[in-house]
Design a protein around this ligand. Structure first.
Ligand code: SIN
Length: 291
């Protein structure tokens, strides 16, 4: 199989062409995709028509998959490895609890001690307008900091907590759902700079959606540094904005990117996505506020 890989933007992303995910790929093709994915941070694969099982089979070639036990209400009824991000209302007419999943910049599962290596999001339904996702390159975000800032943050750990999302006063997410998620995911500390295990490159590892403060500092003391890093890390030249088509899949590397689902959907239109999550290597520790 001959694969063509084309860059998507200056800062981040590539598209691989010539892949049919309905069939098992040769190891050589997987190796080629993995190399280009890790180098470009996100990989787009268009025009696929796959079942949940085919999505799982392809994703599993990149590592063990999460069964989304902590988010069990939102996983596919028959396929635990498929997490459903949807704006379609529930069967009883109530709003979907995942209609606002990922609206703040974040890296998947950074609020746990086993953050995700990768996530593979597949588009089932998308409105004609909106439903976009933005991605940013955290290698570039780190590499473009001053030497002084790099030195300052190199030894620091930051606290990552799902609880942070509850402070988003514009969110319409169900507070009971948020509380349940916080209960099973106590705050953790993560290094502010992470070395990518495959490329050796350093990446900034803080996000507006999940990072609450710098460990060992008060929230007020942390804010100046963090607010600067949050704004710097999403400079337009590091980012790519994807307008989905049904059949698109994007796989992103959570060790070198952040992403954000935009609230740019026209009311009354729907977006329905399936996501698999590739588990990563252990990182960080449970946060001990007293320490
Ligand atoms: C997510 O944060 O995993 C979902 C992103 C999206 O729906 O665009």
């Amino acid at each position: 199989m001959s694969l063509t890989i084309k860059r998507l933007s200056y800062g981040i992303g590539a598209e691989v062409q010539g892949v049919d995910l309905r069939r098992p790929l040769a190891q050589e093709a997987i190796d080629q995709i993995r190399k280009a994915w890790v180098e470009n941070c996100i990989m787009l694969i268009r025009d696929q028509d796959i079942t949940p099982q085919q999505h799982i089979d392809f994703s599993s070639r990149f590592g063990a998959l999460d069964d989304h036990a902590a988010l069990f209400k939102y996983r596919h009824p028959e396929f635990a490895q498929i997490f459903i991000v949807t704006t379609r209302p529930n069967a009883d007419g109530t709003p979907s609890s995942t209609r606002e999943t990922g609206v703040n910049w974040h890296s998947d599962l950074s609020y746990t001690t086993r953050p995700a290596t990768g996530s593979l999001l597949y588009c089932v339904e998308i409105p004609e307008i909106g439903g976009d996702t933005r991605f940013t390159n955290m290698f570039l975000a780190y590499e473009t900091l001053s030497e002084g800032m790099k030195k300052l943050i190199a030894p620091l750990q930051a606290v990552h907590s799902y609880a942070w999302a509850i402070h988003d006063t514009t969110s319409t997410r169900d507070p009971a759902v948020m509380k349940a998620l916080i209960d099973v995911n106590p705050p953790v500390t993560q290094p502010m700079v992470r070395r990518h295990p495959e490329t050796g490159r350093l990446a900034l590892y803080v996000s507006e959606g999940i990072t609450t403060h710098i460990a060992g500092m008060t929230r007020e003391e942390s804010q100046g540094i963090l607010q600067y890093l949050f704004a710097h890390s999403v400079r337009p030249e590091f980012t790519y904005r994807h307008h989905w088509r049904p059949g698109d899949m994007i796989m992103w590397d959570n060790r070198s990117t952040m992403h954000q689902a935009l609230r740019d959907r026209v009311p009354g239109t729907h977006r329905h996505m399936h996501r698999t999550t590739v588990l990563g290597e252990p990182s960080g520790a449970l946060y001990d506020a007293a320490a």
